[in-house]
Design a binder for this molecule. Structure first.
Ligand code: PLP
Length: 414
């Protein structure tokens, strides 16, 4: 056995679990019959895509559900269903992932970034100020890395401000706030089934809503032609009458192959959430009371999905953080840094999204400068998380309390 300082983690931060056998069998059945397009059904057959939508609607309690090609597509589709106009300001979290401002820009609108609190959620005072200043009517609320703001307070504030809320639940599928599923507060909510999210079909997305007309528009937008009658978790045909000739087709459908892979995963989502919490709590316990390192408190009202973990190194210099990351990576612990000057792999920051008009968010800058992020795939065991915590703790102590280092380059992590 190596001593504690020398131990090295050998697991992979990017290895997800395999698709459940039931999903593999269902996928083979689709491949064998060959009807992959969701509207290509034999007489009396209900497409896998339609069943998937029905099952996700039941899981979240939403009236309607549409499965689409990606989470980013779901967000763009929601914005179009809400008839976002050219150049219209759309408020969103400054701390989010590139597909969020990307979806706003792709819909022809203008992303307006809102400040981030130390708990990594949207700053209500800044939201109110920017909503009033810009006259925005839409908020794309990103529950980035699974951190949910006080949803009751937010919805009250948004009602006062006249804001309609679209929820980006890419990191909160299976999560909740005060007993309500994440995605059930806003007028529409979007989810992703990309490999690193909570259910995996490589690519994929969901859009849910209780609003019949918005959902009819979304279904038409997604490329349903005049075959929307084949949907199950959809509004009745008469709702489509007023919108079917005036809604453009922006193809982004889900197919039966991916739907077949996803349906069995919905059944185990609750179990996955429990397993993720266990991993998260092991890591959290191992990092408790590490000098120089602060953890993000999880509110009691929140059910979260611990598919990733964040901590802060507040007021560390960039050189010190880069050295810390370099030493952690050398010991097999792949950490990502939201303060890196250049965007790396999946990690970029609002000031890297230069198609949006330049905006200054000093509070977010201060948070992101010290924000470290890691993935927790379900292929990890709780003991892996204990070991990762020991390595992070040891390096945070060594680097945090050592002399100010010379500038070093942060490692590039995929
Ligand atoms: C992954 C992700 C999305 C959407 O992703 P797709 O890759 O388009 O499915 C949206 N928001 C956040 C925060 C994400 O991490």
């Amino acid at each position: 056995m190596m001593d504690q300082l020398g131990e090295r983690f050998t697991g992979s931060f990017t290895q997800q679990e395999p698709i459940p056998e039931e999903g593999i069998e269902a996928a083979l059945a689709v491949l064998r019959h060959g009807r992959l397009h969701r509207y290509n059904t034999a007489p009396g057959e209900v497409a896998e895509a339609a069943l998937l939508e029905e099952e996700f609607a039941a899981l979240t309690g939403a009236k309607y559900c549409l499965a689409v090609a990606s989470g980013g597509y779901a967000m763009g589709c929601a914005l179009r269903a809400l008839e976002v106009g050219p150049g219209e300001p759309v408020l969103t979290n400054a701390f989010t992932l590139a597909p969020v401002p990307g979806a706003i820009a792709a819909a022809g609108a203008t992303p307006i970034f809102v400040e981030t609190t130390a708990d990594l959620v949207i700053d209500f005072a800044d939201l109110a100020e920017k909503a009033r200043r810009t006259g925005a009517r839409l908020l794309m609320l990103s529950h980035m890395r699974g951190h949910i703001c006080d949803m009751s307070a937010l919805m009250t504030l948004c009602r006062t401000l006249g804001l309609r809320v679209i929820e980006d639940c890419a990191h909160t599928m299976g999560a909740g706030w005060e007993g309500v599923a994440s995605g059930r507060h806003g007028v529409m909510a979007c989810y992703s089934m990309q490999t690193y999210k909570h259910i995996n079909s490589g690519e994929g997305g969901f859009l849910i809503s209780d609003d019949a007309e918005l959902m009819a528009r979304a279904i038409l937008l997604s490329g349903s032609y005049m075959l929307y009658g084949k949907h199950r978790a959809a509004p009745p045909p008469e709702v489509f009458e007023t919108v079917r000739m005036v809604t453009p087709n922006v193809s982004g459908r889900m197919d039966n192959l991916r739907a077949a892979i996803l349906r069995p995963q919905l059944k185990v989502l609750g179990d996955r959430v429990a397993r993720w919490e266990r991993l998260y709590r092991h890591l959290e316990a191992g990092l408790q009371a590490t000098p120089g390192l602060s953890l993000v408190a999880r509110p009691a009202a929140e059910v979260f999905v611990g598919s990733s973990f964040q901590f802060l190194l507040p007021d560390w210099s960039p050189a010190r953080i880069a050295l810390f990351l370099q030493r952690a990576v050398a010991r097999g612990v792949e950490l990502k840094w939201f303060g890196a000057p250049e965007p790396v792999a999946f990690t970029s920051r609002y000031d890297h999204w230069r198609y949006a008009r330049p905006q200054s968010l000093p509070r977010t800058d201060r948070i992101l400068a010290g924000l470290i992020d890691l993935r927790l795939p379900l292929t990890f065991a709780p003991e892996d998380c204990d070991q990762i915590a020991r390595i992070i703790r040891a390096e945070a102590l060594a680097v945090g309390q050592g002399p100010e280092p010379e500038a070093v380059a942060a490692p590039a992590i995929q």
